[in-house]
Design a protein around this ligand. Sequence first.
Ligand code: MGD
Ligand code: MGD
Ligand code: MO
Length: 759
Amino acid sequence: MQSEDANLKLKKAKTWAAGSPAVISSLKHVMSTAGPVRGTKALLDLNQTAGFDCPSCAWPDPDDHRAMTEFCENGAKSIASEATSFTVDPAFFEKYSVAELMEKSDYWHDQQGRLTHPMVLEEGATHYKPISWDDAFSLMAKELKSLNHPDEAIFYTSGRTSNEAAFIYQLFVRHFGTNNLPDCSNMCHESSGSALVPSVGIGKGTVTLDDMHHADVIISVGQNPGTNHPRMLGSLEECIENGGEVVAINPLKEAGLLGFAHPQRPKGMMNRATPLADQYLQVKMNGDMAIFRALAKCIVAEDKKTEGQVIDHQFIAEHTTGFESYLGAVEATSWEQILEDSGIEKSELERLASKIIAKDKKLITCWAMGVTQQKNAVDTIREIVNVHLLLGAIGRHGAGLCPVRGHSNVQGDRTMGIYEKLPEEQHLLLEKAFHFESPRKHGYDVVEAIEAMHKKEAKFFFAMGGNFLQAAPDTDFTAEALQNCDLTAHVVTKLNRSLLVTGKTGLILPCIGRTELDFTGNATAPQFITCENSMGIVHMSTGRLKPISDTLMSEPNIVAHLADKAVGNTEHVNWLELGANYDLIRDAIEASIPGFENFNERVRTPGGFYLQNDVKDRVWNTATKKANFHKSELSIFQQSKSDTLVLQTLRSHDQYNTTVYGLDDRYRGIGNERMIVFLNPEDMKERGIKPVQLVQITSHWDDGDRSLSGFKAIPYDMPRGAAAAYFPEANPLIPIGSTADISNTPTSKAIEVSIAPQA
Ligand SMILES: Nc1nc2c(c(=O)[nH]1)N[C@H]1C(S)=C(S)[C@@H](COP(=O)(O)OP(=O)(O)OC[C@H]3O[C@@H](n4cnc5c(=O)[nH]c(N)nc54)[C@H](O)[C@@H]3O)O[C@H]1N2
Ligand SMILES: Nc1nc2c(c(=O)[nH]1)N[C@H]1C(S)=C(S)[C@@H](COP(=O)(O)OP(=O)(O)OC[C@H]3O[C@@H](n4cnc5c(=O)[nH]c(N)nc54)[C@H](O)[C@@H]3O)O[C@H]1N2
Ligand SMILES: [Mo]
């Protein structure tokens, strides 16, 4: 289809991912943004055992064979964006007022380069101006001390923050007296933790890369690995080469699930792709729970037929609770409802079930945002667990659960205590190690934090990384919330919109990035930080590039200076000493978090170490000390009107969350445009919408409608009733009140909308 639009370039959607186009695209990004020197040096050091951890996704690296070029296209874009030689310095802020910067796009913001100096936007001022680090810390400390209660302060974390920064940050916040530690996880995999902890006793995945390579069947549900976890495609390919099969469950046909050409193998370099998904279930929006319930029904039926050969009865008897009651729920669910909710033919569901039952029942289920950002996300994930428990497909080689994490250290941040609902045991360990009173009242998660600022119950907002305004739902509401604060402060590397919508006073605190050398504390050798990836491996990361400016501070050191001024030293904590020497922070981690024995020593071994994961040994740290089946009624997103669509907000191939690297979505055939809404061609016809026609999208919620216009409608291979637009452009449509049950995650993948030609 040819575009009728001057900017938009449309091509056919791709049927495989990576190959030489990915290598060309990465080089293009590296050369154009950073300049060859900073860029290529950075790339060569990426994810090497002695290099730095890729700041893009949390997919692990192979334990033994790290090629010189163990990087992926999107990792390369992420590096290029951080390793750019362009700068956003005081002269830049003198040139552009905040109002002018607001008019620019997110893409333009990222293109401008790295922030170099601490800056302040004073009350009523039109421009940011430089401020000394010392004055910035004094200003924040003064605001913190003037609050009526520590709970009036909010301390957000984005998941790129290192273990060391996260640890000292939460220690400071708890010494200050609050658990208001919302993080990006609240908008991301919170539903996974909420489901997994009561079911199996740990909120993390239970598999290793080796398990992936030896599974019989890997189900990928609600994720787009070709764009968001490109290195995962190598694992899927290896599984297939070993005789396994991959099944995709996704309303959209995604290139990265259809086929993969490994850019570091001869066949792949010649663009000969390995087909990936053997079965592709184009599920209805949010119809996933029905698919897993269908699998349970097939398993139970087959077990009856074979007199107990399919269900792992021994595992169930020894290791689980709730089996009988769950069986009741499975039997009570009708096929009629399953077929209606999933939109998938019964024969396809039976085919999938027979694949899983056929061999050794070595099943791995991987999932991401298509599952977690849904109203019934927690129940859906529990249903995934139920199916694994039926088969005993957990805690054994080649089988298990794999929530595919987002940010490179989002899992580590939680391990370090970035959690508004920290469990009591962890408070006790902190208190024992540091002799202070850790506050127990649960803090705000992201949505609660926005609501509290909106109601002026919180007045101080501090962000350790991220782009809170653009990542959060209901952009206008969130903007009002931030503007209600007295002070907003952001530790960041790049310009983003959150720096432009501030409290009475706004602060920018620029930090050293993952790619850069860190000589904090006049260290004689560069300091390193540590991260935990999606599979629980803790490893070191050392930057290699000269920092973009000598006015940057490191994240741990920024926290240390703020803590020094805002709460001061205690007999057991000397903040500035901790901030100047990360070995001391690692000792403090060892002293208060289980699993980090001999941390400083073990993390220095090449490749790092696995954190203990009891589920792998079939030890269940739940209240019952067993793995728990959980029965829930089958559910699916309910629309209030019959003629509306269900909109999901998703990532293009050229973005990292709110950071827009480019305007293409190569695999989906989109060039040079982000104001896109993908629709089923029949739904377009029914509404009188032509391809690339401008449309208005209106979301419906009980507090009223929200509307955006200027989106171009693109016909796409997806089920009737579904719509998809990019995040963050579509975030103003997500009602603040629309969140998942239990986890309170915004339902970014299910928003009821009407779409009509723009008047
Ligand atoms: N390059 C790059 N890498 C990234 C990121 C990035 O922005 N760019 N972000 C990082 C982060 S923080 C995260 S959390 C991950 C996100 O990784 P993903 O979860 O893969 O990200 P999304 O783009 O949100 O994709 C969601 C997928 O779910 C599908 N989906 C939507 N609704 C449903 C549904 O009802 N059922 C099913 N089965 N599928 C559905 C969509 O069609 C889409 O394919 O990636 C991480 N890695
Ligand atoms: N509608 C919708 N909304 C969503 C989602 C969705 O799918 N749809 N996904 C949600 C998900 S899964 C997530 S994880 C959140 C992401 O939410 P966030 O983590 O808040 O957002 P990011 O876009 O990852 O943050 C990018 C900013 O981080 C800063 N940064 C980059 N590197 C560093 C660093 O090393 N240190 C510091 N201090 N700062 C750094 C840069 O200034 C950059 O502008 O968004 C959520 N929001
Ligand atoms: Mo995420």
